[in-house]
Design a protein around this ligand. Sequence first.
Ligand SMILES: *Cc1c(COP(=O)(O)O)cnc(C)c1O
Length: 703
Amino acid sequence: MQKKIIALKELTRNLWWSWDTEAKQIFEELSPLLWQRNNHNPVTLLQHISDDELLSRCRCEYGEKIDRVYARFTAYLNNKDTWAAKHAPELVNNPVAYFSAEFGIHESVRIYSGGLGVLAGDHLKSASDLGINFTGITLFYKEGYFRQYLNHDGWQMEDYPLQDPETLPIEKVTDSDGNDLIVTVNIAQSEVHAQAWLLKVGRAKLYLLDTNIAANEPHYRDICCRVYGGDQNMRINQEIFLGIGGAKLLDKLGVKPAVYHMNEGHSAFLTLELLASELAKGLSNQEAMENVRARCVFTTHTPVPAGHDRFSREMMHYTFDKYLSTIGLEFDELMMLGSEDRNNIYGLFTMTVLALNLSRSANGVSKLHGEVSRTMWQHLYPEKTVDEVPIGHITNGVHASSWTCGYTGRFWQKNGVTVDELCLSRESAEAVLARITDEDLWSLRYSLKRNLIDYIDRYLGNQLFHQHINSYYSDYNTLRSPKNTFSPDVLTIGFARRFATYKRAPLIFRDLARLDRIINNPKMPMQIVFAGKAHPHDDAGKDYIRQIVHHSRRPEFNGRVIFLENYNLGVAKRMVSGVDVWLNTPVRPMEASGTSGEKTVLHGGLNFSVLDGWWPEAYNGDNGFSIANGESFENHEEQDSFDAEKMYTTLETQLIPSYYERNEQGIPLQWINKIRNAIATIAPEYNTHRMVRDYATKYYLSK
Ligand SMILES: *Cc1c(COP(=O)(O)O)cnc(C)c1O
């Protein structure tokens, strides 16, 4: 029995469990209530359960489940027959070192903010599944990203609960003598130190650097306090640790990466540390740069200017003075590497420019974003035409098994496949779909929507209660009246993402009277669930949240429009599985890729989106719905009016009627056909297994 308990505890120490349906189940089964209260964190869950209890439960069927899951886990770790072994053996020995300021792996490990982190987490998991030797580098944020709650006015409030390392599946990295492994970096005139933590994610390793140690001057301890927290000075210090600290850590560990992958420009200072080691060999600047370039690849993630870090010359000088003197690079040479204008090194230092200058390849994250990026950065390559600008694209995907809820996972299993098998190819998906009846698919949709509505009811109860706990208590009772609950019979739209303003969350409220007619159509009603966080400094984004909350309280929308607090990976999983339609309304072409819509497809959800990011590649007219045809206007108001008009028209004339048109059995055949088409055409293409295979063959392997 003791062995089973040890196995169970070992399972908590590797996030592999987070994408194995049965592994998740064995934790939940211990205590569904504690599982929920502990934010699905098995480490803290087990801290609440005595060995006596475990011992007695392991003696019965529960023990057999542990054995089964543990056997699958060890087989996974030891599997030699992987995609990489066959197709990329060079990537089995030396690792890909993947640097990212955030990783979204599971809601219980709060070291991510949004899409960039989720993508990094999904990339890591797929690399592990495919057998690629893969090491991630990031920071340990003791306060993570904020937890969102709304005040009675619907204004976003933030708090930052501490993450105690004791409550996470991480372990301290030590050197061969068993001492804490410390990396030291020069920042301004100080030496700043960080210790490292290791998080295991399947076969992949993720190292987290942590400056919160006694050896540091107090003001440097908080460098890695919060994801994207603080001011420019904090940001540059974080990026120094991520890039330079990360490269030093790999060196100390004796890791010799096959390739360094910079996920977004945040980590581009990594190239300076690589340059330092080349210069130390006595090479010229030119030769050293060539060698660095030969080892680095870079992915850019956004056409939004604020998404590209830029630092002033003064800040660069202050911060890098001592560091440069130790590596033998002149300050002006450094400024040249990050300057957008070769003839003027007195302007800002742009991280994306440094990354482009010192990597052998670069890519955007969808076909459209590749094009946009080539135009955006053409001025760096005055001798090239737009088409020749060396930025390609690999379209983002999602890690299919992580984004499949337990219910859906079992649905596919009952139909003979794992979701990974379903996603192998269009043919494999079509073969499975051919065995599934319309009735089965429709019943799946109902079950998933019912699960979401039950969840919303519990979640919203707590949320509204605390929003109205004081003077607004009477509002609480009206808002919670039985007539104000969602119904599974009603077409349900989901909208959830970061509340960056270009995503235009409130667009659907542009014409309130028309939306009222749509939502309250007695024969064909509609309901909408929103969620999302605005960056703490983004008051315009917070105002969008407030507007939506206020709309949701209008009598005509009460019980038909709701906003769920604290969007995170857990809330996202619930929403993408339950809704009928996933809405996305970015200003084209600001959405580099977007991925949340890809998550809904395996659950039979359909996308309804502006033709931006991944959607123009995937949309075929029959696997979802589009908003407009990519028309763009100089004037924001005009753009918003145009897109809103198209959205309403599509809802009224296509989307809603096809959802409510039923055959004698009450089944919407047209709608089900769209679901089939979406699963067959989207799931096999827009997943991270395909994406990571593309990175491996196009960028990691080619020199
Ligand atoms: C998937 C996901 C995102 C990214 O969504 P986009 O559609 O790309 O904006 C952001 N946050 C969370 C929690 C997610 O799960």
